[in-house]
Design a protein around this ligand. Sequence first.
Ligand code: SF4
Ligand code: SF4
Length: 322
Amino acid sequence: MRETLTLLERMPFPPIRRGRLDTLQLNVGYRCNQSCVHCHVDASPHRTEEMGADVADLALTFLERQKIATLDITGGAPELNPQFRRLVTRACALGVHVMDRCNLTILEEPGQDDLAQFLATKQVEVVASMPCYLKDNVDRQRGKGVFEQSIRGLQALNALGYGLDGSGLVLNLVYNPQGPSLPPPQAALEADYKRELGRYGIVFNHLFTLANMPIKRFGSMLAIKGEFDRYLGVLRAAHADANLANVMCRNLISVDWRGYVYDCDFNQMLDLPLAHGGRPRVHLADLLDADLSDNPIRVAGHCYGCTAGQGSSCGGALAAAE
Ligand code: SF4
Ligand code: SF4
């Protein structure tokens, strides 16, 4: 795979600092039942990195000690980690809002037959990848048969009440473009998704549009095809200063499977650790009583992926469309 960090670090980005921490994002491992072309994690069924019980326990202590409102669990396919259900159960018992970044096909993996029911029982917010409402586009990006599996997954979640008004079970979808271009305006695309997925009887709450990050598998693919600079130019030309106030790294920390801390999941993938206390690497155990407000954020050229156009965060666009 082609390394892209040196290219990204050469590109200046406006300095930004942290606000109040409200979300702990745990990347519980890089194993996934899929290996999508655009994956910024480089996840696949062959990855073995996995968060163990000790780091999961530390994360729970951190949630309680720092009174964190939201636990955002990602991967890979986070549900494959044996700690996943314990983390969810204990975080819910602490009154923490839990989000599961779910690829939908995991719901049909062996041993996961009761996953959807588990998520519903714990009132976990499901944030599901669905890069298009057209079969060919989804299968091209995520693998053959993924569209149909995703449709069945969404129908199974709907059958439990997910996405239905008044159920309290939130189902949000995530769109990312097929290639090196900016996502279209979020509100218009959400309306298209609601209409097209409605043909399968599917309902959901919101669509989040995210730009593809020029890192890991997608960044490497761009570099190999000679499209890296052009894509960075597109992101940079569309940068909006107003988005700087709302980028997710202001209020979130990302923790890897070993317990090391980053400003966001993208920095985790680039191995750009959180800068704090003069340490080369910061572990979650070092932050149990820390106040990260006003801490400088490690930025580089990939950050334009968060500030281009309407902006991108783990909660979708940052600004309303013009
Ligand atoms: S994009 Fe998501 S579903 Fe696809 S390989 Fe990466 S982690 Fe797995
Ligand atoms: S990639 Fe986005 S979330 Fe991460 S540090 Fe840059 S601006 Fe913040």
